[in-house]
Design a protein. Structure first.
Length: 601
């Protein structure tokens, strides 16, 4: 059993809560630009003083609506300024914020609001209201609902409703909230079974914020800026947004990643937070553009140089020749790649899934280091993270301040500290199964080196045991496969089977380019070409590359190209793009069986 602990930050006082920073910023740094809102295509500044006034008005409206201390309030919306505004207003009213992914179905909305026994809910659009209406009759405890968009926007409705509540009355309510009071119930995205409600206190959130500020002093603070585009219902985006606001960095929100490149160009953030799939798309898009413009050789050489330069950085041995090549490609290629991130981006934070050493070296080599971290909803976001001063590619870094990591005898990663939750809502059994003497059993497998850097090697429940008794962790193979731009999703199979097989889906954005490069009909669909020799050869090349990293017994022997991609609507992936293996296995049982038909004949 191995263990590593990080020293704690300044402790959170018992009388602190997560809304305090709104008024601390307004009183001491009132003219600081806390947000830039996108209105009619232009970014408009919102100062700390203006934001505090809006939070106060909305919180007073919630109080006037009958929201009491400890009441649960649902929040269902895309990533936008109002999301953060309502989150802080709910805290200030003494209530408990319950995020809901804006893509949730009526039954998912019903489960979360009924399980949390929500008294009120804020939704974004008329479509969301229609979804809510489908199940509202079964939500006996739900007294109020407001819509962010429409004829009477929620902000204005609550402002008017709270006009008679005094400022002193609201502040008395706010100050009554203590560090160990419940701040939020965040429902896990649920790769298996119903989502569980993770109870996070104000202390949990404040511990996370302080740990993140300590980990990224060069990214936080006045003069820096963050564009949030991940769903704020996901704990990673929410925690980093809270951290940026607390440290007085300027926050922007964009709800649609289809407009991400344009928004990055106009907002020009100094850092971004994303899941690995976003970095894959940035890399693949740049490579595709270069090759389509006849500059593929230059890009490939620049890529190799970036990776070599990053690796040399680890050894401290960057030769003159490499420095000169790197300088040349910085002018020819890297500046253009950085421009795609807005031109001012100096670093990025990645979480939610493994990034992969190849991408980590590439981005660090072009001048935008991606600090890969690791955490779960149950750890208030990051429990481990790489930093500027402690960076080791291929790991998820050391524990954040005040956190301990332990590797159990069976390889499971255990976590303990101020960021770790205390219980699941209404689920004593799950709590007892996950927490033991303060240690959270993550379900992930990992390795811990002598310097405290953690490497995640797989999930306990996802380990495949072949008929021959070989244990195979699918995540490493899958991550390597998705490095190929033609592949969108990959799921390794083979539990109790004679060998490892694979289900593959094709990236719909890249597919038209692949068809043009390979002389296929413009109108051909993925379904038309699942058995096409050239498409199979492209996938086989990715499989061969992934197989280089594992033993013969762990290698993928056969694969099937599926006619359509996995979707959240189909229940096959979560809103944070994690595979729901049990759903995929059920939906594509015939395809999986077909991989092994020849073996039985």
């Amino acid at each position: 059993m191995r263990e590593y602990s990080a020293p704690a930050n300044r402790p959170v006082a018992d009388d602190e809560n997560a809304s305090d920073v709104v008024w601390a910023n307004a009183e001491r740094f009132g003219d600081t630009v806390s947000f830039r809102r996108q209105i009619d295509g232009s970014w408009r500044d919102v100062t700390a003083r203006e934001f505090a006034a809006e939070v106060l008005a909305v919180a007073k409206g919630l109080v006037a609506a009958g929201i009491e201390k400890g009441d649960r309030v649902g929040l269902m919306s895309k990533t936008r300024y109002e999301w953060t505004l309502f989150d802080f207003a709910i805290f200030a009213a003494g209530a408990v914020s319950v995020p809901i992914y804006e893509t949730s179905s009526a039954e998912q909305v019903h489960w979360i609001l009924s399980d949390a026994d929500a008294k009120a809910v804020l939704v974004e659009t008329a479509e969301h209201t229609a979804t809510l209406d489908e199940v509202r009759g079964r939500l006996t405890g739900l007294a109020s609902a407001w819509q962010i968009e429409g004829e009477q926007p929620a902000v204005e409705a609550l402002r008017a409703l709270g006009a008679e509540v005094t400022d002193d009355g609201l502040h008395a309510r706010r100050r009554a909230v203590k560090a160990d009071d419940l701040a939020t119930i965040v429902y896990t995205s649920g790769t298996t079974g119903r989502p569980k409600g993770v109870m996070l206190t104000h202390r949990n959130l404040l511990e996370e914020v302080r740990a993140d500020i300590g980990a990224f002093p060069q990214l936080m603070g006045s003069g820096n800026s963050l564009l949030v585009f991940l769903p704020l219902a996901h704990i990673l985006a929410r925690a980093i947004a809270l951290t940026a606001f607390t440290s007085r960095a300027t926050l922007g929100h964009t709800p649609d990643i289809k407009n991400l490149v344009a928004d990055l160009g106009t907002f020009r953030p100094t850092f971004v937070v994303a899941v690995p799939r976003v970095f894959e798309k940035v890399y693949n898009g740049a490579k595709l553009k270069a090759h389509s413009e006849g500059k593929g050789k230059i890009f490939d050489a620049a890529e190799a140089t970036a990776v070599e330069y990053s690796k040399a950085t680890d050894t401290g041995n960057i030769g003159l020749g490499l420095r000169l090549k790197h300088l040349l490609f910085d002018k020819l290629v890297y500046t253009k790649l950085r421009a795609a991130l807005g031109g001012r981006c100096v670093a990025a934070v990645s979480g939610g899934a493994p990034l992969g050493a190849r991408l980590a070296h590439f981005f660090r080599g072009i001048g935008v280091p991606v600090f890969e971290g690791y955490g779960l909803t149950e750890t208030s976001a990051a429990a481990n993270v790489n930093t500027q001063d402690a960076f080791k590619v291929g790991t998820v870094g050391r524990p954040v301040a005040g956190t301990s990591v332990r590797i159990a005898d069976d390889g499971e990663v255990l976590l303990k500290g101020g960021v770790v939750f205390g219980a699941y809502w209404n689920n004593e059994q799950a709590t007892a199964e996950s927490l033991e003497d303060g240690w959270f059993h993550t379900g992930d497998l990992g390795e811990l080196d002598d310097e405290g850097f953690l490497k995640i090697t797989g999930r306990k429940k996802e380990i495949i045991v072949t008929a021959g008794g070989k244990n195979v962790a699918p995540s490493g193979l899958e991550d390597a496969l998705k490095a190929n731009p033609v592949i969108s999703q990959a799921m390794v199979v083979g539990d109790q089977r004679p060998f490892i097989g694979l289900l593959v889906t094709i990236d719909e954005e890249f597919f038209p380019t692949w068809k043009a490069q390979n002389g296929k009909p413009e109108g051909a669909t993925v379904a038309d070409l699942v058995d096409d020799a050239d498409l199979r050869a492209t996938v086989q090349s990715a499989v061969d590359e992934a197989n280089k990293h594992v033993s013969q017994a762990e290698s993928i022997k056969r694969f099937t190209i599926l006619p359509s991609d996995f979707t959240e609507a189909g229940g096959e992936i979560t809103p944070s793009l994690k595979l729901k293996r049990n759903v995929v296995s059920k939906n594509y049982a015939t395809a999986i069986d077909s991989l092994y038909v020849k073996e039985r004949q």
